[in-house]
Design a binder for this molecule. Sequence first.
Ligand SMILES: [Zn+2]
Length: 318
Amino acid sequence: MKSFNLGHGILHFPLKLPWAPPGFVNVYLVEDDNGYIMIDCGVNGDEYFNELKKNLDSLGIQFSDINLLIGTHMHSDHIGLSSVLREKGLKFGLYKNSIEFIPKYNDWTDRFKLISEYAKEQGAPKEFIDDLNSITTPSTTGKLTSPDILFDEGKIKNINRNLEVIFTPGHDISEISIYDASSKIIFSGDHILPRITPFIPIHDEETSMLNHYVDSLKKMNNFEISKFAPGHFEVIDNPQKRVNQILLHHEKRSEKIINILKDDELTGWEVTNKLFSRPLDSMNLRLAFQETMAHLKYIESQGKIKQNISKVSTWSII
Ligand SMILES: [Zn+2]
């Protein structure tokens, strides 16, 4: 991957990730009056820190030139290095609700325990439950403590560039996108990506993350946008088209699930297996299960299906 030429005083470099796809995370440096604002920073680890430092060196940027580090969301590929960078003097900001989810970020065992209990209720087999319960926190996550700045929606204070925080939960409960008024570019984190539709997780049993996500997609219509500068892969030059493609993808997948439930009352696990019929490795199976549950809750909120709560729940058409 190469650096993007975005103009408007915006620099970019791709930073290596320990897993592929996506293989890289995009780091942006937005020129401020007397320095830069950095957006996202990659995973924790010496190798990744050295790589980041090398990229900054080649741009002639010192840590002391960076006035603010913005984390678009609480995933390790975007903020894993933030603690190390704070030790170098960088001020770090996340959306205000992030404070609530720091323990969950730092402890994956806890996070996956909740998903495993949910999976059990949704009829998942023992191997899948055991797989979820075996997950521990990887070192690439780093250790997160309360950010220096908690953002609200709207213009970011105490900087000289007109950057606006847009709260765009869905892929993550605290995800934000950043609107740069002078270039009309939106730094979209993982809210909007090219090539792949961002993964929608289970946050907890009550929250419908896909409802949040669709609302966040529609929020993009409030802005005049020239490009999306995403957290992974290449720049998106036709922003409206990409928003519509992603919306369509979720509507199609929802229709598919309604069809699957047409003649059968099924558990969440059974729907997952019918929706993703090709064999999946354990990581992709985890993603597939969560994505399916996100859709079931979304369709339920539209009043088209219902969950029949029991020790093992099932889903059926209304
Ligand atoms: Zn990401």
